[in-house]
Design a protein around this ligand. Structure first.
Ligand SMILES: C[S@@+](CC[C@H](N)C(=O)[O-])C[C@H]1O[C@@H](n2cnc3c(N)ncnc32)[C@H](O)[C@@H]1O
Length: 276
């Protein structure tokens, strides 16, 4: 199946990116301490319908298929089928859909939970309200949204060493990436909160820091650096020779103890009985 014309994934859809999404999933799970927010998991019926919007490789959908009863029906949507897995459990379906457009009517009002994660890089300012509206349309009354994002507009390059070391290249890569992200959505996390407050009830935000567990600092940093370098290559942020120099400089900063920190936010809320 062809992907939609609106598809312009910034990181490519090769094996490196699939591996990066797998690592991101495991690091995020450790950092948060849950795959499904505990308030939601406690209320899911055994025959729940669960959607994963912008599923990518489906790593979250396949994970929760193992955790939830096998009577759960899981539908994983993405704008592109390029990373859909070749094998899957019987109760998981993968299907192409653009979250910026209304989902097919057959799915409206049918889900107990819609999960979204790491869509921020594909969002522009007006999209938050639109995607939230389309997602809410998928839910049964009082069904839950769980939307997780890393705040890509406020990444920090920090040092783990006791003694002072200055870093030459990683801060430059971060600043260039942040500027490109801000040009797309000036304050995505605020927009996400506003869209939730306007369209959901019982909204709650769980905020953690990616360096909360010290042993995930290095894997998180390597995962983010892989993503940013893939972005730099795809977006031609620098000529190839300069990019090669950046790679070397970043590797040296990492060897000298640089690490990246970001806020991770999980927003949850419920569809009101009557849609506005
Ligand atoms: C960074 S990946 C995250 C994948 C997955 N949610 C995860 O956490 O592993 C972002 C995904 O969003 C998808 N995407 C981008 N724009 C989309 C849209 N308008 N509708 C649906 N999916 C979209 C991309 O194709 C990609 O698979």
């Amino acid at each position: 199946m062809a992907s939609s014309a609106a598809d312009n994934y910034l990181l490519g859809r090769d094996k490196t990116e699939a591996d990066r999404l797998r690592d991101q999933h495991h690091i995020t799970l450790r950092n948060l301490g849950y795959a499904i927010h505990p308030r939601i998991q406690a209320q899911l019926p055994p025959n729940a319908r669960v959607a994963d919007v912008a599923t990518g490789t489906g790593v979250w959908a396949l994970h929760v298929a193992q955790v939830l009863p096998n009577t759960t029906d899981i539908v994983a949507f993405d704008i592109s089928p390029a990373q859909f897995p070749s094998t899957k459990p019987h109760n998981v379906t993968f299907t192409v859909a653009d979250a910026k457009k209304p989902f097919p009517q057959v799915h409206h009002g049918t889900f107990d939970l819609v999960h979204i994660r790491a869509l921020i890089a594909a969002m522009q300012t007006p999209d938050w309200e639109t995607v939230m509206r389309n997602v809410v349309q998928l839910l049964k009354p009082e069904g839950f949204v769980m939307w997780g994002e890393g705040d890509l507009s406020r990444l920090r390059c920090l040092r783990s060493s006791e003694e002072y070391v200055s870093f030459s290249t990683l801060p430059k890569l971060l600043r260039t990436f942040e500027a490109a992200m801000r040009a797309r959505t000036s304050d995505g996390i605020t927009r996400l909160s506003e869209a939730a407050e306007a369209q959901l009830e019982n909204v709650e935000m769980d905020v953690t820091s990616t360096d909360r567990l010290w042993d995930t600092r290095v894997p998180f940093t390597r995962m983010v650096v892989t993503g940013m370098l893939a972005w730099a290559e795809h977006s031609k942020a620098w000529p190839p020779e300069e990019l090669e120099e950046m790679r070397k400089g970043v590797a040296s900063d990492l060897d000298n103890g640089a690490y990246i920190r970001a806020d991770v936010l999980v927003l949850i809320g419920q569809r009101p009985q009557d849609l506005v």
